[in-house]
Design a protein around this ligand. Structure first.
Ligand code: SF4
Length: 331
């Protein structure tokens, strides 16, 4: 078991398959960003990824989420999922994916066939002009079709991730709840988080409490019990289908029950979403060191995990983390 010095068991691994993305979302990959894309040779190969998944399987990891950039933008990704599904059976993993949904249309059943159990689709506006302003892509219809197809293919509950930015899309939160009611979805409102290249400001920040208050002008939200490791605060909507959740990393963090580790697209192990290159293992280097076998690498992971901080630093420190880019971490 992968346990840190605060007795937190880490059994959830998030893997960024690529830093490539076809969107330029304001909170992750704004087109004004000075982020330098990773070279292909620095991205973990499928064989390296599969070996790492095996190593973490032996370490007791139970859930793996594939992220990006946009994971479906990675070439031959469905072949990779099929290969990974063999390890899914061996280790009884739960597989999940977070996607912007624009490359999903017509491919949803392939995800199911490849053993993906859970699907989160990012959607930050229901208004096509605003969708374009946030993502720099005119793809709202494609994303809405993917959501419909995912529901029809049996991804239930289907989770919709919405990053709420003040003065940008916070006036749509009740529209999103209505969308969740009509389509019986789990809408997850995510607090805007500071990352190296997203020009975060406190003016554009709105806390989960304030988002919830806006919603409660129209809907009655009822708290529902949530898995203690879950990042979300979940609510049902009185008398209606659908679910509303809040992810409050900034205003009300959930670090005490953190069970997550991350592998970046270029093979760095991040002990926490918010680390600025500190205590990051370089798997690309370790996997290509012939003197190390899988057990050796597992021991290095376990030792490094003892260096994990109890919680993430305060915002003013996060704002100095220029190297911490959502694009290669995957959230
Ligand atoms: S901020 Fe870091 S420690 Fe806190 S919950 Fe997220 S990953 Fe875990």
């Amino acid at each position: 078991m992968l346990t840190d010095n605060f007795n937190r068991v880490h059994d959830y691994l998030r893997i960024s398959l690529t830093d490539k993305c076809n969107f330029n979302c304001a909170y992750c990959n704004p087109d004004s960003s000075n982020y330098i894309k990773l070279l292909r040779e620095n991205i973990l190969s499928f064989d390296e990824l599969l070996r790492l998944i095996g190593i973490f399987g032996n370490a007791g990891v139970k859930k793996i989420r594939f992220t990006g950039g946009e994971p479906l933008a990675r070439k031959n990704v469905f072949e990779f999922f099929l290969q990974a599904s063999k390890l899914k059976t061996k280790f009884n993993f739960e597989f999940a994916i977070t996607t912007n949904g624009s490359l999903l249309e017509g491919n949803v059943s392939k995800l199911k066939d490849a053993g993906i159990d859970k699907l989160n689709i990012s959607l930050d506006s229901l208004n096509s002009e605003r969708f374009y302003r946030i993502t720099k892509q005119d793809k709202l219809d494609a994303v809405l079709s993917s959501i419909k197809e995912a529901k029809q293919t049996g991804f239930n509950p289907l989770k919709i991730n919405t990053v709420v930015m003040k003065g940008i899309n916070d006036d749509e939160v009740t529209d999103f709840v209505e969308f969740a009611v009509i389509n019986d979805l789990n809408i997850r409102f995510i607090e805007f988080m500071p990352f190296g290249n997203n020009a975060w400001t406190s003016d554009a920040f709105i806390s989960w409490q304030n988002i919830k208050s806006k919603i409660e002008e129209m809907y009655e939200l009822i708290p529902v019990n949530t898995n203690p490791h879950s990042v979300a605060k979940d609510f049902s909507i009185k008398g209606m289908p659908g679910k509303v959740s809040f992810i409050s990393s900034i205003s009300d963090h959930f670090c005490s029950s953190c069970n997550r580790l991350r592998i970046t697209a270029n093979g760095k192990l991040k002990l926490c979403l918010f680390t600025n290159g500190k205590n990051e293992i370089d798997f690309k280097m370790l996997l290509n060191d012939d003197s190390l076998n899988d057990d050796d690498i597992l021991n290095i992971i376990s030792d490094t995990l003892k260096l994990k901080s109890e919680k993430h630093p305060p915002v003013n420190e996060l704002l100095t983390y220029e190297e911490n880019n959502m694009l290669s971490i995957g959230g």
